[in-house]
Design a binder for this molecule. Sequence first.
Ligand code: HEC
Ligand code: HEC
Length: 348
Amino acid sequence: MKRKWLTIFILVICLIAVSYLVGSCNKHDIVHVTTPLQQIIPAGFPDPNYKFTDNPLTEEGFQLGRKLFYDGRLSRDSNFPCASCHQQIAIFGTYEHDRSHGYNFSHTLRNAPPLFNLAWQKELHWDGRFKSLYTEATQPILTHNEMAENFFTIIFRLGSDTQYRQMFKAAFGVPVPTEDKILRALAQFTGTIISSGSKYDLYKKGQATFTASEQSGYQLYQAKCATCHPEPMFTDYSYRNNGLPVNPELNDFGRMRVTGKSEDSLKFKVPSLRNVNLTANYMHDGRFNTLLQVLNHYSSGIQSSATLDALLVNKIPLTATEKTDLISFLKTLSDSTILHDPRFSKPQ
Ligand code: HEC
Ligand code: HEC
């Protein structure tokens, strides 16, 4: 009888030891399982520039990135998550603002670009300062007029939060946050916001028709705008000077700040025209509130300078009807599905 109990006792000890071993294996990533995500490449889009090969997409990584994106604790005073400047109601730009507000009542130098189709961009920021989404995200976190925080503090804060520990473990196998994992997760979130559901996209698939005004706006766009803003991404990702007078308060000379070359003075990355009706204000410093102001600039406001793009030396004269038609066409590029997509909204 005694021997039977002893055997049961030893068996129980063995079971506990085995389950402990398996548990600790989990902790060390041996049986760590994630849910892979396929990068979405809409029909008709070119090959993306960033394919997540060094940062494999997973549902767990995406969800962690989404939580981080909306979390004020990544900023010094908790008030400036990424989403404070990149708002879903403005396709992840700052709603109807010229420049955005950051830590300590400061202003950003430039207009916050909307975030979509980022995997197709060759370089990020208006002057192309960053080569990848991964390196870009360090900038807002560290910069004094954005989130003004440091990774040491963020890692300490997130590392003492049980839910974050679970999410880091689910995404990357280890519960401890690191700078590398924070940047990977953020890139998985921002890099998978895809916009390809506009009326224009349906028209191209033969599933929608254009009104007469939209159709004539499309022709005007093809004749006058498409060299710099070509289909289907509506940008050629180059840096150009489109004749905006420099704002003397900001003294922003664009691409020249990165290359140091005078031939790059006043050149800025050509922005996509997709969703443009949903992403006011316009231009690198948000100087225009409306699309009509933008068209007035192209038809009569262009300022000549040494680096003005050759395509614009004679301006782009447009009649009032042509402006109306062009705006009708630009509105067909709006993909309002992003505005309401719960997948990209603040997690509960
Ligand atoms: C205080 C406002 C603010 C906050 C907070 C902020 N951003 Fe930005 N973001 C901007 C501005 C302004 C730019 C344009 C910078 C430039 O071109 O010089 C920008 C540019 C970007 C770009 C490049 C987009 C493009 O088309 O080139 C990405 C990506 C981005 N931000 C992601 C993030 C992420 C991720 C976070 C959080 C970690 C974040 N941002 C926090 C204002 C902000
Ligand atoms: C020579 C190249 C070129 C041509 C042609 C051109 N653009 Fe642009 N466009 C740019 C550049 C560069 C910018 C960004 C300039 C800046 O912010 O400093 C821009 C910005 C814009 C913006 C602001 C978008 C935003 O998100 O801020 C709109 C709208 C726009 N262009 C529409 C048009 C239309 C419509 C036409 C044709 C009538 C046109 N563009 C022709 C180069 C061009």
